[in-house]
Design a protein. Structure first.
Lengths: 304, 489
């Protein structure tokens, strides 16, 4: 009504832009599979490969003494017995040296307890009340991965089925195309994040992909519904009606995205650190999803 | 008019009910919010699937062991067809639990094969040697980086290897030591023949401190038939040089001779003691395992999560901040854009929040971090339905329709889009809930419940509230429903 997106004029540009995004994502996925140390399309976190993750706070009077991960590592080497652990240990300090976070291959509870008491000797005292420790066996990791991939496939199939029954073929095809476009781009961005910043994906990432799928389809469905409704009352040509429908639903789609982004942003800002990348992935998905629902999916419907 | 009032009263009734529920049945918090440990136990079966009976049998053994350990407020549940989840709230160390639960605890009584005495003596000696080396290696602190020390241990190991004619293949020294220890244990066990007396014949187990030193011993009490078997077995080897071995999970924990005085009757009385240099802790662990019975299938602890109590309460606080700030900013956004309509959506959002939480305590849903993020995310989705409706109402108003008519057709025309959109999200939630892990299930549950409730609040509650507002003449001016900038043109 107040908006005038020139969909018809810009059809080529929109499709071109999406193609570039998809190619970049594919590039990230291929690069990640071939040239990274982990040789996977995406950097799988310890939910999927197993391992031990430990995060614990130090008790400091005013300021925590400055420590380099290397010196801790050296000390650890002297008192720890388990070579396997030491060789694959990643150690980080966060929050002005207050928080120690450590990643190792899978340890038994006993070994993990030993590691913590060794750390206590080196950088202690530690606040055990603030401990966050996760041990995942490699077997379970594999199982989780299969689980996540199956959930994704099953629910994508269910959504596709629903859309195909609900709409006629052409609409269904383009709604699904938009959906896979969104998922591929979010996946690609995380591939790149893995390559550049070693960001890992855990089972919550699979959850966010699923949520994005539901959300993206929802957005597209609303616009397609509007197009269908307007085509029935046909006042103008086919292409013009589509453009009009998009402009009519523009406010709704952007507003909905904003009201969904606001809570996500508050989780990113105020919520627990364990939800950071989850909310980040969801936010990305919502932004890409709105773009594809407003611009890409309707452009695909346009006739030349 | 009448129907409208009924709806209004119904909504007020539901709100009161929700508040009542929340006060009387507080929400259950997951371990990531209250602190504690969670262990995932995987049942190992080489071939075929774990049957329901096997799962139940494992479950009851683990349950007995947990109870005998005296862990307070623990919670054991099955997950999928072959996993168990044990939750230990608070600051309870999962280490003890993991040691006690992980063992199969299959107890066997075996008698020595005739003519293997020399062989056994050699093996027993080597077992002692290996134990000493391992003790040295693991009790030493910096010294294992001392080359001389390492050399001595390596030489000792080589000697033992030659003696036994068994050569280890592990890559590191510690692995080699463990490997040779296992080999010796197996060889010793092989020198004994199985009898039909096993852990199944026990009716109780206990422990006590030995009188002569500070070591502990574990007492076994047999059932009637078990006592008879024990008497028979001891009778058969009494006075010979064949030993009786007590074997736990394939490893002999005690080998003892039976004196000549038992040659006529065997050892009667239906009880026995195992004294194998137990520490108080080890004796207690064995006692708990034997009391609980042996596991029909071995299990492995595949996941352990521990969250400190302080971190848990911090997580609650952070989630609260995130939820409240999310709600406030969404509210501001809605009121700014939709004025009275926005206010209505804020009211229905508040109702939405209460209904959700009340349902969590009713079902009950255990709140976890992913669960809370599902709830917060569903705020956005709940508002989505309102936006769809309000946009339609505005369009109708711009088209010059009356307020009542615009509201009615706005709700009506947005209906199908709303239902469609919600169904796709529900599909995702459903699949997540069926296939997801515990962690993921929390998210799927709250998001799914949220989507269902938002159908009710955004369609019925906002409509009822809006109609209630429009009964007041002063609230019926069109400009209260349209943003100022739009209204001016």
């Amino acid at each position: 009504m107040k908006y005038n997106l020139e969909l018809i004029k810009n059809k080529k540009r929109i499709i071109g832009f999406s193609t570039v995004l998809i190619l970049l994502s594919l590039l990230g996925i291929i690069y990640s599979t071939l040239y990274t140390s982990y040789k996977k399309p995406i950097n799988l976190g310890m939910d999927f490969v197993g391992g031990n993750e430990l995060r614990i706070e130090r008790v400091c009077e005013t300021e925590c003494s400055n420590l380099s991960p290397d010196s801790v590592y050296e000390n650890l080497k002297e008192i720890s017995k388990n070579q396997k652990v030491l060789n694959n240990l990643k150690l980080q300090f966060q929050n002005n040296n207050k928080i120690i976070s450590i990643r190792t291959p899978y340890l038994s509870i006993e070994e993990s307890n030993n590691l913590i008491s060794n750390l206590d000797n080196i950088v202690g005292p530690l606040n055990y009340e603030s401990k966050d420790s996760r041990l995942i066996g490699p077997k379970l990791g594999k199982r989780l991965l299969t689980n996540c991939v199956t959930s994704l496939l099953v629910s994508l199939f269910a959504i596709s089925l629903y859309i195909t029954i609900r709409f006629d073929k052409k609409y269904a095809l383009f709604a699904l195309l938009a959906l896979f476009h969104d998922l591929l781009i979010v996946f690609g961005i995380f591939s790149w994040l893995g390559i550049t910043l070693s960001v890992e994906v855990n089972s919550l990432f699979a959850v966010s992909l699923l949520t994005i799928a539901g959300y993206s389809v929802n957005d597209t469905v609303v616009i397609f519904d509007r197009i269908r409704e307007n085509l029935k009352s046909k006042k103008e040509g086919y292409n013009e009606t589509i453009q009009l429908s998009v402009n009519e639903s523009f406010r709704r789609t952007t507003f909905t995205s904003i009201t969904t982004l606001i809570p996500l942003l508050s989780i990113i800002l105020f919520g627990s650190y364990s939800l950071f990348w989850f909310s980040f992935a969801l936010s990305l998905g919502i932004i890409v999803g709105s773009y594809s629902s407003i611009l890409l999916a309707p452009s695909l419907l346009l006739k030349d | 008019m009448k129907r409208r009032q009924i709806w209004l009263f119904f909504i007020i009734f539901l709100l009161t009910l929700s508040v009542y529920l929340l006060i009387n049945y507080p929400l259950q918090l997951g371990l990531d919010l209250q602190g504690g440990s969670q262990l995932t136990l995987q049942i190992i079966k080489e071939e075929g699937k774990v049957t329901k009976d096997e799962l139940d049998a494992v479950n009851s053994v683990i349950d007995r062991r947990v109870n005998n350990l005296g862990v307070s407020e623990s919670n054991l549940q099955t997950l999928g067809g072959d996993q168990l989840i044990l939750e230990l709230p608070g600051e309870q160390n999962p280490l003890v639990a993991s040691r006690v639960l992980g063992k199969t605890a299959l107890l066997e009584f075996r008698t020595q094969k005739a003519g293997t005495s020399t062989n056994l003596k050699t093996l027993q000696l080597q077992r002692l040697n290996i134990k000493e080396i391992i003790d040295q290696y693991s009790s030493s602190e910096k010294s294992q980086y001392d080359e001389n020390f390492l050399k001595i241990i390596q030489d000792d190991l080589k000697e033992i290897e030659q003696e036994l004619n068994y050569y280890t293949t592990s890559s590191d020294l510690y692995g080699k030591l463990i490997e040779i220890k296992k080999y010796v244990d197996k060889e010793i066990t092989n020198l004994f023949i199985k009898t039909d007396l096993t852990g199944k014949d026990l009716i109780n187990a206990g422990r006590r401190q030995e009188q002569t030193n500070s070591n502990w011993e574990v007492l076994l009490t047999f059932s009637n038939s078990g006592g008879e078997k024990f008497a028979d077995i001891t009778k058969s080897i009494a006075g010979t040089n064949q030993l009786l071995a007590i074997i736990l999970d394939g490893e002999s924990i005690s080998e003892a001779s039976v004196g000549n005085q038992f040659a006529n009757t065997g050892i009667t009385g239906g009880s026995a003691t195992i004294s194998g240099n137990f520490s108080a802790e080890n004796a207690r662990e064995l006692e708990v395992q034997l009391k609980g019975g042996s596991l029909p299938l071995p299990i492995e602890i595949v996941e352990t999560n521990t969250i400190g109590a302080l971190l848990g309460s911090k997580n609650i606080l952070k989630s609260l901040y995130a939820a409240i700030s999310g709600l406030i900013f969404v509210g501001i956004f809605m009121i700014f854009n939709y004025r009275i309509l926005g206010f209505v959506s804020v009211l229905s959002l508040v109702l939405y929040g209460f209904f959700n939480l009340a349902l969590y305590s009713l079902i009950p849903v255990t709140l976890t971090l992913p669960g809370i993020s599902g709830l917060i995310l569903s705020i956005g989705m709940a508002v989505d339905a309102n936006i769809l409706i309000f946009e339609r109402i505005k369009e109708e108003l711009y088209d010059g329709n009356t307020l009542t008519r615009s509201i009615d057709s706005g709700f009506q025309r947005a209906n199908s889009s709303i239902v469609d959109g919600h169904i796709t999200t529900l599909l995702s939630c459903f699949v997540l809930f069926l296939l997801g892990t515990n962690f993921v299930k929390g998210f799927a549950a709250t998001l799914g419940i949220g989507v269902l409730i938002s159908l009710f609040t955004s369609l019925n509650c906002s409509k009822t509230i809006l109609r209630f507002f429009t009964t007041y003449q002063s609230l019926r001016q069109k400009n209260l429903y349209l943003p100022r900038n739009n209204f001016s043109n």
